[in-house]
Design a protein around this ligand. Structure first.
Ligand SMILES: [Zn+2]
Length: 359
Protein backbone atom coordinates (compact mmCIF):
# COMPACT_ATOMS: atom_id res chain seq x y z
CA UNK A 1 0.00 0.00 0.00
CA UNK A 2 1.29 3.42 -0.89
CA UNK A 3 2.51 5.36 2.10
CA UNK A 4 3.33 8.96 2.30
CA UNK A 5 3.78 11.64 4.79
CA UNK A 6 0.54 12.69 6.22
CA UNK A 7 -0.54 16.16 5.44
CA UNK A 8 -2.26 17.95 8.20
CA UNK A 9 -4.52 20.90 8.15
CA UNK A 10 -5.13 22.57 11.44
CA UNK A 11 -8.00 24.88 11.84
CA UNK A 12 -7.38 27.88 13.99
CA UNK A 13 -9.66 29.29 16.62
CA UNK A 14 -12.64 27.56 15.28
CA UNK A 15 -15.60 27.06 17.52
CA UNK A 16 -17.50 24.06 16.50
CA UNK A 17 -20.66 22.41 17.59
CA UNK A 18 -21.02 18.95 16.24
CA UNK A 19 -24.07 16.82 16.39
CA UNK A 20 -23.44 13.19 15.85
CA UNK A 21 -26.34 11.12 14.62
CA UNK A 22 -27.17 7.81 16.09
CA UNK A 23 -25.59 4.98 14.31
CA UNK A 24 -26.77 1.61 13.47
CA UNK A 25 -26.31 -1.72 14.97
CA UNK A 26 -24.24 -3.81 12.67
CA UNK A 27 -26.26 -6.44 10.97
CA UNK A 28 -25.23 -9.02 11.92
CA UNK A 29 -21.90 -8.95 13.74
CA UNK A 30 -19.18 -8.15 11.28
CA UNK A 31 -16.46 -10.52 10.26
CA UNK A 32 -13.27 -9.84 12.07
CA UNK A 33 -11.30 -10.03 8.87
CA UNK A 34 -9.11 -7.23 10.11
CA UNK A 35 -8.40 -8.84 13.43
CA UNK A 36 -5.23 -6.98 14.22
CA UNK A 37 -5.01 -8.02 17.83
CA UNK A 38 -7.19 -8.92 20.73
CA UNK A 39 -7.36 -5.34 21.78
CA UNK A 40 -9.00 -4.44 18.55
CA UNK A 41 -12.28 -2.74 19.13
CA UNK A 42 -15.10 -1.36 17.17
CA UNK A 43 -15.67 2.26 17.62
CA UNK A 44 -17.77 3.57 20.41
CA UNK A 45 -20.80 5.36 19.11
CA UNK A 46 -22.85 7.96 20.82
CA UNK A 47 -26.03 9.71 20.05
CA UNK A 48 -24.65 13.14 20.48
CA UNK A 49 -21.30 14.67 20.87
CA UNK A 50 -20.99 18.32 21.62
CA UNK A 51 -17.53 19.57 21.11
CA UNK A 52 -16.20 23.05 21.19
CA UNK A 53 -13.09 23.39 19.19
CA UNK A 54 -10.14 25.57 19.89
CA UNK A 55 -7.07 24.70 17.94
CA UNK A 56 -4.10 26.68 19.10
CA UNK A 57 -1.20 26.79 16.79
CA UNK A 58 -0.28 25.90 13.28
CA UNK A 59 2.94 24.25 12.27
CA UNK A 60 4.40 23.21 9.00
CA UNK A 61 3.34 19.56 8.65
CA UNK A 62 6.84 18.61 7.56
CA UNK A 63 8.12 19.72 10.94
CA UNK A 64 5.62 17.62 12.75
CA UNK A 65 5.34 14.43 10.83
CA UNK A 66 7.73 11.66 10.21
CA UNK A 67 7.32 9.11 7.51
CA UNK A 68 7.63 5.61 8.80
CA UNK A 69 6.72 2.21 7.59
CA UNK A 70 3.46 1.46 9.25
CA UNK A 71 2.57 -2.18 9.05
CA UNK A 72 -0.15 -2.21 11.65
CA UNK A 73 -2.84 0.01 10.32
CA UNK A 74 -3.55 2.85 7.99
CA UNK A 75 -2.69 5.50 10.50
CA UNK A 76 -0.39 5.54 13.51
CA UNK A 77 -1.13 8.21 16.08
CA UNK A 78 1.54 8.67 18.72
CA UNK A 79 -0.06 9.22 22.10
CA UNK A 80 0.99 11.22 25.13
CA UNK A 81 2.51 8.91 27.75
CA UNK A 82 -0.31 9.69 30.16
CA UNK A 83 -2.95 8.10 27.93
CA UNK A 84 -1.12 5.54 25.85
CA UNK A 85 -1.46 2.65 28.28
CA UNK A 86 -5.15 2.07 28.72
CA UNK A 87 -8.04 2.10 26.33
CA UNK A 88 -10.11 3.69 29.09
CA UNK A 89 -8.20 6.86 28.28
CA UNK A 90 -9.18 6.86 24.64
CA UNK A 91 -12.37 6.78 22.67
CA UNK A 92 -12.81 6.64 18.93
CA UNK A 93 -16.16 7.74 17.55
CA UNK A 94 -17.40 8.24 14.03
CA UNK A 95 -19.87 10.91 13.01
CA UNK A 96 -21.26 9.17 9.98
CA UNK A 97 -23.12 12.22 8.77
CA UNK A 98 -19.93 14.27 8.37
CA UNK A 99 -17.57 11.33 7.84
CA UNK A 100 -15.47 12.50 10.76
CA UNK A 101 -13.60 10.28 13.20
CA UNK A 102 -13.09 11.75 16.67
CA UNK A 103 -10.17 10.39 18.64
CA UNK A 104 -10.68 11.62 22.20
CA UNK A 105 -7.80 11.50 24.63
CA UNK A 106 -8.20 12.05 28.35
CA UNK A 107 -5.50 14.65 28.38
CA UNK A 108 -5.22 18.20 27.19
CA UNK A 109 -2.10 18.81 25.21
CA UNK A 110 -1.33 22.38 24.34
CA UNK A 111 -0.47 21.51 20.82
CA UNK A 112 -0.76 17.91 19.90
CA UNK A 113 0.56 18.17 16.38
CA UNK A 114 3.77 19.83 17.55
CA UNK A 115 4.68 17.20 20.08
CA UNK A 116 3.45 13.95 18.60
CA UNK A 117 3.64 12.33 15.23
CA UNK A 118 0.91 10.98 13.03
CA UNK A 119 2.16 8.72 10.30
CA UNK A 120 0.70 6.40 7.77
CA UNK A 121 -1.53 6.55 4.78
CA UNK A 122 -3.20 9.87 4.10
CA UNK A 123 -5.18 8.70 1.10
CA UNK A 124 -8.31 8.40 3.19
CA UNK A 125 -8.03 11.77 4.85
CA UNK A 126 -9.45 15.10 3.76
CA UNK A 127 -8.49 17.12 6.81
CA UNK A 128 -7.47 16.92 10.43
CA UNK A 129 -7.66 19.19 13.39
CA UNK A 130 -6.87 19.07 17.07
CA UNK A 131 -8.72 20.89 19.80
CA UNK A 132 -9.26 20.82 23.51
CA UNK A 133 -12.67 20.13 24.87
CA UNK A 134 -13.66 19.97 28.51
CA UNK A 135 -10.46 18.37 29.80
CA UNK A 136 -10.01 16.15 26.78
CA UNK A 137 -7.94 16.48 23.65
CA UNK A 138 -9.74 15.69 20.44
CA UNK A 139 -8.18 14.73 17.12
CA UNK A 140 -10.85 15.11 14.43
CA UNK A 141 -10.16 13.28 11.19
CA UNK A 142 -12.47 13.96 8.27
CA UNK A 143 -12.29 11.23 5.67
CA UNK A 144 -12.91 11.28 1.94
CA UNK A 145 -15.62 8.62 2.17
CA UNK A 146 -17.51 6.92 4.93
CA UNK A 147 -15.52 4.12 6.52
CA UNK A 148 -15.98 1.84 9.44
CA UNK A 149 -13.11 2.35 11.84
CA UNK A 150 -11.13 -0.31 13.59
CA UNK A 151 -8.45 0.61 16.00
CA UNK A 152 -5.73 -0.87 18.09
CA UNK A 153 -3.80 0.48 21.05
CA UNK A 154 -0.24 -0.77 21.03
CA UNK A 155 3.07 0.39 22.44
CA UNK A 156 1.82 3.85 23.22
CA UNK A 157 0.33 4.46 19.79
CA UNK A 158 -3.14 4.25 18.38
CA UNK A 159 -3.44 2.45 15.06
CA UNK A 160 -6.51 3.27 13.02
CA UNK A 161 -7.71 1.30 10.07
CA UNK A 162 -10.23 2.73 7.65
CA UNK A 163 -12.34 -0.11 6.34
CA UNK A 164 -14.40 0.24 3.21
CA UNK A 165 -18.07 -0.35 4.00
CA UNK A 166 -18.41 -2.82 1.18
CA UNK A 167 -15.60 -4.90 2.65
CA UNK A 168 -17.80 -5.35 5.70
CA UNK A 169 -21.32 -5.31 4.38
CA UNK A 170 -22.91 -7.07 1.43
CA UNK A 171 -25.32 -4.18 1.11
CA UNK A 172 -25.33 -0.60 2.33
CA UNK A 173 -28.56 1.30 2.83
CA UNK A 174 -29.09 4.92 3.78
CA UNK A 175 -32.43 5.89 5.31
CA UNK A 176 -33.54 9.50 5.57
CA UNK A 177 -36.34 10.85 7.74
CA UNK A 178 -37.35 14.11 6.12
CA UNK A 179 -37.05 17.51 7.86
CA UNK A 180 -36.34 17.78 11.61
CA UNK A 181 -35.75 20.28 14.39
CA UNK A 182 -37.07 23.72 13.41
CA UNK A 183 -37.85 22.49 9.92
CA UNK A 184 -41.13 20.78 10.64
CA UNK A 185 -42.21 20.04 7.09
CA UNK A 186 -45.94 20.03 6.60
CA UNK A 187 -48.06 20.93 9.63
CA UNK A 188 -51.69 19.97 10.04
CA UNK A 189 -53.82 20.04 13.20
CA UNK A 190 -50.74 20.53 15.33
CA UNK A 191 -49.08 17.47 13.79
CA UNK A 192 -45.61 17.96 12.36
CA UNK A 193 -44.54 16.01 9.32
CA UNK A 194 -41.00 15.70 10.72
CA UNK A 195 -42.35 13.65 13.65
CA UNK A 196 -44.33 11.24 11.48
CA UNK A 197 -41.32 10.77 9.19
CA UNK A 198 -39.12 9.99 12.18
CA UNK A 199 -41.66 7.62 13.76
CA UNK A 200 -41.82 5.62 10.53
CA UNK A 201 -38.03 5.55 10.19
CA UNK A 202 -37.57 4.42 13.80
CA UNK A 203 -40.11 1.64 13.23
CA UNK A 204 -38.13 0.72 10.11
CA UNK A 205 -34.94 0.77 12.14
CA UNK A 206 -36.45 -1.74 14.58
CA UNK A 207 -37.13 -4.08 11.68
CA UNK A 208 -33.68 -3.63 10.15
CA UNK A 209 -32.01 -4.10 13.54
CA UNK A 210 -33.78 -7.46 13.82
CA UNK A 211 -32.84 -8.57 10.32
CA UNK A 212 -31.42 -12.07 10.50
CA UNK A 213 -31.17 -13.00 6.83
CA UNK A 214 -28.11 -14.19 5.03
CA UNK A 215 -26.84 -10.76 3.96
CA UNK A 216 -24.78 -8.39 6.00
CA UNK A 217 -26.61 -5.13 5.69
CA UNK A 218 -25.12 -1.87 6.90
CA UNK A 219 -27.78 0.75 7.51
CA UNK A 220 -26.99 4.40 8.06
CA UNK A 221 -29.56 6.98 9.07
CA UNK A 222 -29.41 10.68 8.34
CA UNK A 223 -31.17 11.17 11.66
CA UNK A 224 -32.81 9.14 14.42
CA UNK A 225 -33.67 12.11 16.62
CA UNK A 226 -35.26 15.51 16.15
CA UNK A 227 -32.34 17.14 14.37
CA UNK A 228 -32.11 18.63 10.91
CA UNK A 229 -29.12 17.66 8.79
CA UNK A 230 -28.74 19.80 5.68
CA UNK A 231 -29.89 18.41 2.36
CA UNK A 232 -26.24 18.36 1.32
CA UNK A 233 -25.34 16.24 4.34
CA UNK A 234 -28.20 13.83 3.69
CA UNK A 235 -27.21 13.27 0.07
CA UNK A 236 -23.51 13.17 0.95
CA UNK A 237 -24.10 10.39 3.46
CA UNK A 238 -25.64 8.23 0.74
CA UNK A 239 -22.91 9.11 -1.74
CA UNK A 240 -19.97 8.79 0.65
CA UNK A 241 -21.31 5.47 1.89
CA UNK A 242 -21.53 4.24 -1.72
CA UNK A 243 -25.04 3.20 -0.77
CA UNK A 244 -26.81 0.50 -2.71
CA UNK A 245 -30.16 2.06 -1.80
CA UNK A 246 -31.16 5.50 -0.57
CA UNK A 247 -34.68 5.85 0.78
CA UNK A 248 -36.20 9.03 2.12
CA UNK A 249 -39.46 9.17 4.07
CA UNK A 250 -41.83 12.13 3.92
CA UNK A 251 -45.54 12.91 4.10
CA UNK A 252 -47.52 14.78 1.50
CA UNK A 253 -49.73 17.79 1.84
CA UNK A 254 -52.19 19.32 -0.57
CA UNK A 255 -50.85 22.62 -1.81
CA UNK A 256 -53.47 24.80 -0.13
CA UNK A 257 -52.91 23.07 3.19
CA UNK A 258 -56.65 22.52 3.53
CA UNK A 259 -58.22 19.17 4.17
CA UNK A 260 -59.25 17.55 0.90
CA UNK A 261 -60.27 14.14 -0.37
CA UNK A 262 -56.89 13.69 -2.02
CA UNK A 263 -54.99 10.85 -0.41
CA UNK A 264 -52.63 7.99 -1.13
CA UNK A 265 -48.98 7.10 -1.30
CA UNK A 266 -46.70 8.75 -3.81
CA UNK A 267 -43.10 7.80 -4.53
CA UNK A 268 -40.64 10.24 -6.07
CA UNK A 269 -37.71 9.13 -8.20
CA UNK A 270 -34.93 10.45 -10.42
CA UNK A 271 -35.91 10.52 -14.07
CA UNK A 272 -32.27 11.06 -15.05
CA UNK A 273 -31.34 7.70 -13.55
CA UNK A 274 -31.79 5.40 -16.54
CA UNK A 275 -30.29 2.31 -14.95
CA UNK A 276 -32.49 -0.75 -15.20
CA UNK A 277 -32.11 -1.26 -11.48
CA UNK A 278 -32.29 2.44 -10.82
CA UNK A 279 -34.42 4.97 -9.08
CA UNK A 280 -37.66 4.40 -10.98
CA UNK A 281 -37.77 0.65 -10.46
CA UNK A 282 -36.93 1.19 -6.78
CA UNK A 283 -39.81 3.67 -6.51
CA UNK A 284 -42.18 1.10 -8.00
CA UNK A 285 -40.96 -1.56 -5.59
CA UNK A 286 -41.56 0.83 -2.68
CA UNK A 287 -45.01 1.71 -3.97
CA UNK A 288 -46.01 -1.94 -4.41
CA UNK A 289 -44.86 -2.99 -0.97
CA UNK A 290 -46.12 0.03 0.95
CA UNK A 291 -49.60 -0.06 -0.52
CA UNK A 292 -49.77 -3.80 0.04
CA UNK A 293 -48.83 -3.53 3.72
CA UNK A 294 -50.80 -0.42 4.61
CA UNK A 295 -53.78 -0.65 2.28
CA UNK A 296 -53.12 2.92 1.15
CA UNK A 297 -53.98 3.77 -2.43
CA UNK A 298 -51.25 4.27 -5.02
CA UNK A 299 -51.19 7.95 -5.90
CA UNK A 300 -48.44 7.29 -8.40
CA UNK A 301 -44.78 7.72 -9.12
CA UNK A 302 -43.42 11.20 -9.73
CA UNK A 303 -40.34 12.43 -11.58
CA UNK A 304 -38.44 14.52 -9.07
CA UNK A 305 -35.01 15.61 -10.23
CA UNK A 306 -36.03 19.03 -8.94
CA UNK A 307 -35.50 17.63 -5.42
CA UNK A 308 -31.89 18.05 -4.29
CA UNK A 309 -31.35 14.71 -2.61
CA UNK A 310 -32.89 12.90 -5.55
CA UNK A 311 -30.97 14.81 -8.19
CA UNK A 312 -27.61 14.41 -6.44
CA UNK A 313 -27.83 10.83 -5.25
CA UNK A 314 -25.48 8.37 -6.93
CA UNK A 315 -27.42 5.54 -5.35
CA UNK A 316 -30.82 4.45 -6.62
CA UNK A 317 -33.09 6.72 -4.63
CA UNK A 318 -36.78 6.67 -3.75
CA UNK A 319 -38.59 9.30 -1.72
CA UNK A 320 -41.71 7.81 -0.20
CA UNK A 321 -44.50 10.28 0.47
CA UNK A 322 -46.29 7.99 2.88
CA UNK A 323 -49.64 9.71 2.68
CA UNK A 324 -51.48 13.03 2.72
CA UNK A 325 -51.60 14.92 5.98
CA UNK A 326 -54.32 17.05 4.38
CA UNK A 327 -56.68 14.11 4.25
CA UNK A 328 -58.44 13.57 7.60
CA UNK A 329 -58.50 9.81 7.48
CA UNK A 330 -54.95 9.53 6.22
CA UNK A 331 -53.70 11.95 8.87
CA UNK A 332 -55.31 9.72 11.50
CA UNK A 333 -53.52 6.76 9.95
CA UNK A 334 -50.16 8.50 9.67
CA UNK A 335 -50.18 9.39 13.37
CA UNK A 336 -51.23 5.90 14.40
CA UNK A 337 -48.25 3.79 15.61
CA UNK A 338 -49.77 0.60 14.21
CA UNK A 339 -50.15 2.20 10.79
CA UNK A 340 -46.62 3.60 11.03
CA UNK A 341 -45.36 0.08 11.70
CA UNK A 342 -47.15 -1.17 8.60
CA UNK A 343 -45.62 1.65 6.60
CA UNK A 344 -42.20 0.67 7.95
CA UNK A 345 -42.87 -2.97 7.12
CA UNK A 346 -43.75 -1.99 3.57
CA UNK A 347 -40.49 -0.09 3.14
CA UNK A 348 -38.58 -2.94 4.78
CA UNK A 349 -40.14 -5.43 2.39
CA UNK A 350 -39.28 -3.11 -0.50
CA UNK A 351 -35.63 -3.08 0.55
CA UNK A 352 -35.59 -6.87 0.68
CA UNK A 353 -37.29 -7.15 -2.71
CA UNK A 354 -34.81 -4.69 -4.20
CA UNK A 355 -31.93 -6.85 -3.00
CA UNK A 356 -33.64 -9.92 -4.42
CA UNK A 357 -33.87 -8.13 -7.76
CA UNK A 358 -30.15 -7.45 -7.70
CA UNK A 359 -29.77 -3.93 -6.32
ZN1 LIG B 1 -41.50 16.51 3.53
Amino acid sequence: MYRKILKIITVLFMALVIIVPVTVKKLPAMNEKYAMAEELENNVLQNYVRASALAKEKKNPDDILKSTDNQDGDLKIELPASVGKSKQDISVETDYLTQTVYVKLKTEEENYFTNYSITGNSDYIDSMQYYKNDGAGVIAITTDKLYEIKYLLKNGSLYIKFVDLHDIYDKVVVIDAGHGSRMSGAVRNGVYEKDINLDIVLALKNLLDDYSGDKKIGVFYTRTTDVNPTLQQRAALANKADADLFISVHCNSYETGNFTAIHGTQVLYSQSDDRKLGSKRLAQICMDNVTKETGSSAFGLLEADNIYIIRTSNAPVALVEAGYMTNREELDNLTNPDYQKKMAQGIYNAIMQAFDEGY
